[in-house]
Design a protein around this ligand. Structure first.
Ligand SMILES: [Zn+2]
Length: 297
């Protein structure tokens, strides 16, 4: 998975979970659009990405995007898959109709509205160069002293037109991205008959807190990071010897004693015996091991 695709999935998870900022949502949408964002004239583009309208649309579409993502990562034949199917398909179909396949748009570069999106300075520079190249190579009309005049070398058959896509609202580029990922998945399944295809989507639902999660590596985690920290702590508590608390208190008391008293006690056989027991049974207790070290034992 390339860096940009990973960025989009992570952005969509944040959006669906309701934790993404307006800036992250805007950047994710722009990432979904890619080059298309740079071909959209401001009258189409602005209402979609201007702050006020963006947050209104983002709020309106969030539940549907969440349903769609949960549907896509649900288990086959699960109750979740069955219960989400109708709503997810409705949403995809509705916005699929808005996505007007191939449209041709004139090359267009407006740095001021691209600056707020997710492009790196390099990408911006490339878009600028690409647009300039198209203008240099196309033939187009300019008005010279009130007269329309054709300029340009005409070496690009389509002139200033470049293939782009039509979008109407914020959900369209998201549905378009998810549909094309689905298409990629179907193609990769065909191409990898022998091997297991990569998972359809790199997300899962945390079984503990039910949030959507994008793991750093696919298949590595089964819980979100917060829940797996909790699960680890719980496992540790279960694994810890039942005497752990008492042993810890005993060591702590020993550490706090005057050094002469402690030395005298350490010479006693029953004290030595308990120390030996603690050392072996509290191997997994980080706090007991810490005290043993402090006692230099
Ligand atoms: Zn969780």
């Amino acid at each position: 998975m390339d860096e940009k695709t990973r960025r989009i999935w992570a952005g969509l998870v944040g959006y669906a979970n309701g934790t993404a900022t307006a800036a992250l949502i805007r950047a994710t949408i722009a990432d979904c659009m890619g080059w298309i964002a740079a071909t959209m004239p401001s009258d189409v583009f602005d209402p979609m990405l201007v702050e006020g309208d963006l947050s209104k649309q983002a709020e309106a579409y969030r539940p549907s995007v969440e349903i769609l993502l949960r549907f896509l990562c649900s288990a086959p034949r699960s109750e979740e898959r069955n219960s989400l199917r109708a709503a997810a398909l409705d949403f995809l179909r509705q916005h699929g109709e808005h996505i007007r396949g191939r449209v041709f748009r004139e090359a267009y570069f407006a740095e001021e509205h691209l600056r707020n999106l997710n492009y790196t300075p390099d990408e911006l520079e490339n878009l600028k160069k690409q647009t300039k190249r198209i203008f240099n190579r196309a033939q187009y009309e300019i008005y010279h002293r009130g007269q329309p005049t054709l300029v340009g070398e005409d070496s690009l058959p389509l002139g200033l037109l470049i293939p782009s896509r039509g979008y109407e609202d914020l959900a369209d580029p998201i549905c378009d991205f998810l549909s094309s990922e689905y298409e990629k998945y179907l193609n990769s399944e065909v191409n990898r008959k022998d091997k297991k295809a990569a998972p359809l989507i790199p997300l899962f639902v945390c079984p503990s807190c039910k949030k959507l999660v994008m793991p750093k590596r696919v298949g590595r985690r089964h819980h979100c990071s917060e829940c797996s920290d909790q699960a680890r702590a719980e496992k540790y508590r279960q694994k810890a010897s039942p005497n752990e608390g008492k042993d810890y208190a005993w060591l702590y008391h020993l550490l706090r004693q005057e050094s002469d008293t402690r030395k005298a006690r350490l010479r006693q056989q029953k004290v030595q015996q308990r120390l030996g027991e603690i050392k072996s049974r509290q191997k997994n207790s980080r706090r007991c091991q810490g005290l043993l070290q402090a006692l230099r034992l």
